[in-house]
Ligand binder design. Structure first.
Ligand code: SF4
Length: 273
């Protein structure tokens, strides 16, 4: 069994929700038979993915013609983005890296994340900064909830540990110079920006190391207990393996940028534009 795992936010969340689910999905790689989504949900998900691709093209420097966007809803989101573009407050020297992955070591494992957009540069004091932007086409989420989400904690930790590699001459990137902004199409004038600090990173990283140690222990013993919290089973495709069909079913929360499986588990190294 390959013991070194590449941990994305989804793998982390799976491990913490249910170790058996982590084993079935990430180690035994059992197919995850997604239940058919309601037509409306499927459409919203596709529109979200199309919008992400549109912004990726924009930040790659390609010209976007609103008239060429066939879907009226995506056209509306694009216009909202143009009016309330959250990156316009960045220093003019900012460089944009859309859809950029970063992997850093975490104990015996690797921690992985892919940012919708990473902006890097130097501020007025000539200090390097890194600012992640995440596009959300679903319902707006309160700042207090966003702050505690694994996506937030993972992205900030990744940049604090490995972000300096985005500069050709490695420079120290202080946690205080790292930010993450969530931008919601439904509230385009109210982005949520979350900062970071050395103290927060110390606590965040210590918890991540603790989770990696728990994973090591589970791998060593090859013991994968079923969760005690049956609410996790409601959105799990493996109920039949666990005799948990009585939990009922629920459509899992969907994220248009979800990367359910990492295509290859190579170390992704940052690339400059
Ligand atoms: S059905 Fe429940 S116990 Fe079984 S893998 Fe899924 S979440 Fe875990």
């Amino acid at each position: 069994m390959e013991n070194r795992q590449t941990l994305s936010q989804y793998k982390l969340a799976n491990f913490l929700a249910c170790q058996r689910r982590f084993q079935l999905r990430s180690l035994r790689r059992l197919p995850w038979p997604a239940s058919p989504l309601p037509e409306r949900t499927e459409q919203v998900l596709q529109q979200g993915q199309a919008f992400h691709q549109l912004l990726e093209r924009h930040f790659l420097g390609l010209k976007i013609s609103p008239a060429a966007i066939e879907d009226g809803r995506i056209q509306q989101w694009w216009r909202a983005f143009q009016t309330h573009n959250p990156v316009q407050t960045l220093p003019p020297n900012a460089r944009f890296l859309p859809e950029t992955g970063l992997t850093v070591p975490l104990g015996n494992h690797l921690l992985y994340g892919r940012f919708d957009l990473l902006a890097i540069g130097e501020d007025e004091q000539n200090q390097p900064f890194a600012h992640v932007f995440d596009w959300k086409t679903g319902r707006p989420i309160a700042a207090s909830e966003l702050k505690t989400r694994w996506q937030t904690r993972l992205y900030l930790a990744l940049l604090a540990e490995g972000g300096s590699a985005f500069w050709s001459q490695a420079v120290p990137l202080a946690p205080e110079q790292i930010r993450l902004t969530y931008w919601f199409v439904q509230e385009p004038d109210a982005p949520v920006t979350i900062g970071y600090s050395a103290a927060e990173h110390a606590a965040n990283w210590a918890e991540l190391q603790q989770i990696a140690a728990q994973l090591d222990a589970a791998l060593a013993l090859n013991t994968w207990p079923l969760t005690d919290d049956w609410s996790h089973c409601r959105e799990c495709a493996y109920q039949i393996y666990c005799g948990r069909q009585g939990a009922g079913t629920a459509v899992p929360e969907l994220d248009e940028a979800e990367e359910p499986d990492i295509p290859n588990e190579q170390l992704l190294t940052p690339e400059l534009p």
